[in-house]
Design a protein around this ligand. Structure first.
Ligand SMILES: NC(=O)c1ccc[n+]([C@@H]2O[C@H](COP(=O)([O-])OP(=O)(O)OC[C@H]3O[C@@H](n4cnc5c(N)ncnc54)[C@H](OP(=O)(O)O)[C@@H]3O)[C@@H](O)[C@H]2O)c1
Length: 331
């Protein structure tokens, strides 16, 4: 048994939720095959939802959130992993209803766990986290649909957020002309330093627009916003282009016309980073490994300690985060 520190979310009698750093025992963790000492985690919108009591993410409280974890195996009942292996875990039920990576220990099934691929150690993998994995999965889907750099510019919405800013950096590195849509005009320079060729105000897309088609501006898009933004983005895609849809920060619902699909052959591509196979995750992580040393990837990351997590989650939940946040769990 070991004592460790974790973000602990409790439901109060008045229905509000309290977020604090508490001491926990490894015996409190679920009885799974791998005990992992978490060295790094990262912050995601879903962690903020869990930490604010969102029932769609976490049903039972008290709870230790964190959908990302990377570290070292300390105990293994699986033939596939040895003590000392450097591993990473993202998605599945981690941090939802299974104690997650915003704690110094997790105990998870081997079937959720990847050995860090060559080029990625626990720290480097959490510079990307689920945000980077999702950005890479979006790019994979766009490329599978033929959206190559020569086809035209790519729009990224929510561009200063975790998924958005990594998508901007990865797309720019791959040779795409990236148009970054953001609500933070003051961050234009940051987005350009990540490789965006143009920045636009997110208000251009965020209001309902009755027109079924808009000017064909983009060969493809990565949308983390959903709602009216997604509807307007779909209407702005050129013939044969595609939109990778992965988020809902504006709204989960959207209303649109079928005309972009039947007159322009636009493709709407769903992206899930959580429940896909470990094999598909590994393929994306191997691609991320090739970009791990990029200056842009380093520059978009802020590194914080566990103690700073409750405040950072408030900012993230309010849409105020700039860049990706990596968490150091070191003991
Ligand atoms: N499908 C998957 O597997 C998967 C994986 C990871 C994340 N996601 C989803 O992707 C979304 C983004 O996640 P994230 O971790 O990148 O979140 P994040 O770091 O909070 O970034 C979201 C960004 O969206 C913009 N934004 C915030 N509120 C908005 C609003 N009301 N309308 C329009 N834009 C708004 C902001 O950027 P600007 O100020 O620059 O506009 C914000 O920084 C979330 O919905 C998350 O659940 C899905």
């Amino acid at each position: 048994m070991a004592t460790y520190k974790a973000l602990f979310v409790q439901r109060l009698e008045d229905g509000n939720f309290k977020r604090s750093i508490e001491l926990r025992e490894t015996t409190d963790l679920p009885d799974n095959e791998l005990l992992i000492r978490v060295q790094y985690s990262s912050l995601n919108f879903k962690d903020a939802m869990s930490a604010h009591g969102n029932k769609g993410v976490t049903r039972e409280f008290p709870h230790q959130p964190g959908i990302d974890a990377a570290g070292v195996v300390e105990d293994s009942r699986s033939p596939d992993f040895q003590v000392g292996d450097k591993v990473l875990v993202t998605g599945y039920d981690l941090g939802m209803n299974t104690a997650g990576g915003l704690g110094q220990y997790i105990r998870v099934p081997a079937a959720w766990t990847l050995r860090c691929p060559r080029g990625l150690n626990p720290k480097r993998s959490m510079q990307f986290g689920t945000a980077g994995l999702t950005a890479q999965l979006c790019i994979n889907k766009l490329q599978k649909m033929g959206v190559t750099p020569d086809k035209g510019p790519i729009l990224v919405t929510g561009a200063t957020g975790g998924v958005g800013c990594i998508a901007v950096a990865l797309l720019a590195h791959a040779g795409y002309d990236v148009v970054a849509s953001s609500g933070k005009a003051e961050q234009s320079n940051l987005l350009r330093s990540l490789g965006a060729v143009e920045t636009i105000n997110r208000a251009e897309f965020s209001e309902p627009n009755p027109r079924p088609l808009l000017k064909e501006r983009f060969a493809g898009a990565i949308d983390v916003v959903g709602g009216d933004t997604l509807a307007n983005v779909i209407k702005s895609i050129a013939s044969g282009g595609s939109v990778a849809c992965c988020g809902l920060v504006q709204a989960p619902n959207f209303q649109g016309s079928v005309l972009p699909f039947i007159l322009r052959g636009v493709n709407l591509l769903g992206v899930d980073s959580v429940e896909i196979s470990l094999e598909e995750k590994l393929g994306a992580w191997k691609k991320l490994a090739r970009c791990a040393g990029l200056d842009t990837v380093a520059s978009l990351n802020t590194s914080i300690t566990l103690k700073q997590v409750p405040q950072a989650l408030e900012t993230l939940f309010a849409g105020g985060t700039v860049g990706h946040t990596m968490v150091r769990l070191g003991r």
